[in-house]
Design a protein around this ligand. Sequence first.
Ligand SMILES: [Zn+2]
Length: 291
Amino acid sequence: MYKTWSTPVQDEARLKIPCALCDGEDFVPYLRCAGFAYVRCKRCSLVQMNPQPDEAAVKRRYSGADYFEYELENEKAFFNLGLLALADAGFYAIEEGLRPEERRVLDIGCATGALLGYLAGRGWRAEGVEINGKQAEYARRERGLTIHERPLEENQFPTGSFSVIIASHLIEHLRRPHSFLAETRRILTPRGHLLLTTPNCTGFQARLYANKWRSAIFDHLYLFSVKTISRLLREEGFHIEKTVTWGGLAAGSAPRPVKTLFDKLAKPLGFGDVVMIKAAAPLFQCLKFNR
Ligand SMILES: [Zn+2]
């Protein structure tokens, strides 16, 4: 079974942490992988790697040249998936509803900046966050983009800076998803949109492949379901406007007609491998539920 690229398992200090969603401390084993393990919270069902490395160790994972090379090699494929996600999220309707000067987008984890370059070409004021220095440099040099190299929370963007924020296959890599979403909400305009994509741990492939699932990898600190990612967003005050899952079977895992059928069914039945959520920030920053 093909797996997504990931940092090789490191022998590093790791800490047991409470549930990142509900602070619970009661877990059941979920997946045992080579060198790391996931547990499921008994109270809220969030699946998280536990124990986890600290934030500095997580940041170091994404500093290497091999990560840049992987992203560059797959740039075209990832760009095309990004375009499909924009279309499915209703991005073009959002765009139409904004005056040209309101079109300000931030792509967090923007890699080589292909999608941002496309959006800049459509007249958006486009900025990216990319902590891999080589990718940030490439996006600046080849595409003339503004790229911030620090993790989101360290950039101190002014409140209400962006009308759209894109975070594709990012949140599962982060140590503190609540803090990430709180900062995302703060820097969005009132009713601005977050377009978020993450693997779906209750999808068909996740159930079929278990610890061989392509998203059960060392870099993924959390494996969200539609339910847990939705709760996380709501707790940070977001209003979920659309949820869609994609991908029934992995390429090459079944005869083409079977794969086509599964891929078609994944969307309406919600068992797809990846979930995309379009969420709107609240009208007032104070509209945040207490945990
Ligand atoms: Zn929990």
